[in-house]
Design a protein around this ligand. Structure first.
Ligand code: BES
Ligand code: MN
Ligand code: ZN
Length: 498
């Protein structure tokens, strides 16, 4: 997508579609007031007639508006003017993008960025606009045969600014939004691909392809034999039942010399049957999304590379398929992790932690400034937080708060959950150093505590995205979360935010 900024009046701008907004109680937004004056009351008339709604999320496209150069005017509801915050703003842009994506508009002029939005600068308004458009325009139809729905012809988005002095910040917001959107789109694509296509090998090839032609980025892929030499008995126990070779993907982006890197670790279970502790049938197809942690960290790497951030970032993806089979790990089997600690596998369906613990141990070699793992780890997390917020656990209050704040700023929210010895006690085993499951209560937290046994001395956080990584039901599909949250952490850390 191409972006530009302009101070020109919306009514004077020749474009395929202008976007303006209206508030409750008949109050017009900046762009709508301009269009209303130029058209001698067209907006107000249509508000009275009920064609235009002021509710957030509603959009009406007007054509042939007199006195206005745009072919179309998309009028979106902005709700109560006192309540317009970044969340409502993004929702409004999304509604406009949805309506516009049904038209043949090739270029649009978004005048919503002129509205006074609580706590949002021109940078964030541009960024949220870019992300919202990309989110709406994303389609997954590569697996469908026959005539596909035509992709939107939209190529260019203009962003209105109040004064020339806002141009740089607004453009930077659009660039960052475009970078984050590319990461989100890649994460969605990897998540949506079926498990017979998106195997550990496919993830590895995708990571390699991202590095080709980028001097700052390298990708290395470790085979099962190499993982065995490293002593990753826990990771390898998960792949024992499948014919699909496991991979450990290691990506390194060097944008800041010799500074300590941030390391992102993503759960890459390309399909989770549960193994011998087999999952029930209903909705098992959704376990193709069990690599969304991996997709999100690879997507974040793609975003960082596209934004060319001055940061050092490493991504580690343990990629495996969890299947039953004659060689599969059995409940009660005891395995030895790379850390030397032994684990009694009481449930082969608690496999995410078994691959992450070895990847976390591997991350130590990078002497990281921070390690953040991302995983569709527990059904218990979905029970606790639903589909709205990602669970954030950490051994550092500062890091947890940093990620929490990043989620808010990026409109990709999280919520803190505890860790602690009282929960970790559930992981006691009669036969090994620990068991891989706790009791029936607090499952998201005991999973976090399990990982905590491998992160002593690291500045570490764990994100459980079981509820946020994909949507079920009629709109089934990967969300690309938490790429915006992670990108925000990195943007803030490297000082790239205005
Ligand atoms: N991938 C699942 C977690 C999951 C389930 C995410 C449903 C999203 C929706 C994970 O590997 C798993 O099976 N976890 C078990 C752990 C249990 C055996 C302690 C779970 O949550 O049931
Ligand atoms: Mn599982
Ligand atoms: Zn799983």
């Amino acid at each position: 997508m191409e972006y530009f900024t302009t101070t020109s009046k919306v009514s004077r701008r020749a474009t395929d579609c202008a976007i303006v907004g209206v508030y409750e109680r008949g109050k017009l937004g900046v762009g709508a007031a301009d269009v209303d004056a130029a058209s001698k009351g067209e907006i107000k008339r249509r508000m009275k007639s009920g064609d235009i709604s002021s509710s957030v999320g509603r959009c009406c496209i007007l054509t042939n508006v007199p006195g206005v150069k745009a072919d179309r005017v998309a009028v979106v509801g902005l709700g109560k003017s006192s309540k317009l915050d970044a969340t409502a703003f993004k929702k409004a842009v999304t509604a406009a993008a949805m309506a516009i994506s049904q038209t043949k508009a090739k270029q649009v002029f978004n005048a919503l960025t002129l509205e006074p939005v609580a706590d949002a600068s021109p940078y964030y308004l541009a960024r949220h606009s870019a992300e919202a458009f990309s989110d709406v325009l994303y389609r997954f139809d590569q697996m469908k045969s026959g005539r596909k729905k035509a992709a939107s012809p939209l190529r260019k988005i203009g962003l209105a600014i109040a004064k020339r002095g806002d141009a740089n910040k607004s453009m930077r917001g659009a660039e960052h939004g475009d970078g984050i959107a590319a990461g989100v789109a890649l994460a969605k694509e990897l998540g949506n691909l079926p498990a017979n296509v998106c195997t550990p090998g496919y993830l590895a090839r995708t990571a390699k392809r991202l590095a080709t032609g980028n001097g700052k980025l390298t990708t290395k892929v470790l085979s099962e034999a190499e993982m065995k030499r490293l002593g990753m008995g826990s990771l390898l126990s998960v792949t024992a039942g499948t014919a699909e070779p496991a991979k450990l993907i290691v990506m390194q982006y060097k944008g800041a010399g010799s500074k300590a890197p941030v390391v992102l670790v993503g759960k890459g279970v390309t399909f989770d049957t549960g193994g011998i502790s087999l999952k029930p049938g209903p909705a098992m197809d959704e376990m193709k999304f069990d690599m969304c942690g991996a997709a999100s960290v690879i997507g974040t790497m793609a975003a960082v590379a596209k934004m060319k951030l001055p940061i050092n970032l490493n991504v580690i993806v343990p990629a495996v398929e969890n299947m039953p089979g004659s060689k599969a790990t059995k409940p009660g089997d005891i395995v030895k992790s790379m850390s030397g600690q032994t684990i009694e596998v009481l449930n082969t369906d608690a496999e995410g932690r078994l691959i992450l613990c070895d990847a976390l141990t591997y991350s130590r070699r990078f002497k990281p400034a921070a390690v953040i793992d991302v995983a569709t780890l527990t059904g218990a997390c979905v029970v606790a937080l639903g589909a709205h917020r990602t669970a954030i656990m950490s051994n550092s209050d500062d890091l947890r708060e940093e990620i929490f704040a990043a989620g808010d700023a990026a409109e990709d929210r999280g919520w803190p959950m505890p860790l602690g010895d009282e929960y970790a006690a559930q992981l006691k085993s009669n036969f090994a150093d620990m068991a891989n499951i706790g009791g029936p209560g607090g499952g998201a937290v005991t999973a976090g505590c399990f990982l905590g046994k491998f992160t002593d001395g690291l500045n570490w956080a764990h994100l459980d995205i079981a509820g946020t990584a994909w949507k079920s039901g009629a709109k089934k599909g990967a969300s690309g979360r938490p790429v915006p949250m992670l990108s925000q952490v990195l943007l803030a850390r490297c000082g790239a935010l205005p």
